[in-house]
Write a protein that binds this ligand. Structure first.
Ligand code: SAM
Length: 232
């Protein structure tokens, strides 16, 4: 199966996942709002936010109506997602500068100067990377963030001592409970089997410690997902 085919061809099905709050996008928006507000309390200047794996940007836009944000950069490797993002951002009438880039999370090191980003936002994109590439991405993020900058991550999480198949089985049973159609479930589960690699909390905590991030804050947890921040 072609990599990330789900996002090229089944974006409407993914929108249903978002709109039913199946993956806690309501909580993500609330927690991200608070993260921005807390960051701004200790910062005099206007800030730059970068969204890696931005998709169509529909979920981050409500948090961009803040006159202390001077620039937003959305990065994604799926052309269909970026085309939708362009449309949605245009009609959002934001007062800030924005830029969309067709690129990969794995390109992080080449995309930005060191110490140039205030907040990096990742919403269900990091799990598309292998364990090795996640570590490399987090290492690059640490370099690209300003001092006190924040990495905001919302993603699936593996319970300790469980594997990716356990996660997918639970995810599938929850989709059945929420009455998604057979086709929607099959497309999503094929995508999960082909493209997803979740990690445990101890994996992220270890990297946080090794890279010398100052703080690791868990903001929300469900049995399948987590929202947390790392502070530089
Ligand atoms: C599950 S969607 C999330 C979209 C958006 N962040 C949201 O929450 O609505 C994952 C997005 O990450 C993008 N993506 C996956 N792997 C990527 C990579 N290695 N580099 C850049 N984008 C990637 C996909 O194209 C897709 O748009």
């Amino acid at each position: 199966m072609e990599k990330l085919k789900y996002f090229q061809e089944d974006w409407n099905e993914y929108s249903k996942v978002i709109n039913t709050n199946f993956l806690y996008h309501t909580e993500i928006k609330e927690k991200f709002k608070l993260t921005i507000e807390n960051y701004l309390k200790n910062c005099e200047e206007s800030i730059i936010i970068v969204d890696f794996g931005c998709g169509d940007c529909s979920q981050i836009i409500p948090n961009l109506y803040n006159n202390r944000i001077k620039k937003f950069v959305g990065i994604d490797s799926t052309i269909a997602a970026l085309n939708s993002a362009e449309e949605i951002l245009k009609s959002a009438n934001l007062k800030l500068d924005y830029e969309l880039k067709l690129a990969k999370l794995e390109d992080c090191d080449q995309l930005f100067p060191e110490g140039s980003i205030d907040i990096i936002y990742l919403c269900y994109s990091l799990h598309h990377l292998s364990k090795y590439d996640k570590e490399e991405f987090l290492r690059s993020s640490h370099k690209k963030l300003k001092n006190n900058g924040v990495l905001f991550i919302s993603d699936g999480i593996l319970p300790e001592n469980r594997n990716q198949n356990d996660w997918i089985n639970l995810f599938e049973s929850k989709m059945y409970e929420k009455s998604f159609s057979q086709k929607e479930i099959k497309n999503m589960i094929d995508h999960c089997k082909n493209d997803d690699n979740h990690e445990t909390l101890s994996f992220y905590k270890k990297i946080c410690k090794n890279l010398k991030f100052k703080k690791f804050n868990i903001l929300f947890r469900s049995d399948l997902t987590i929202i947390f921040t790392l502070e530089r």
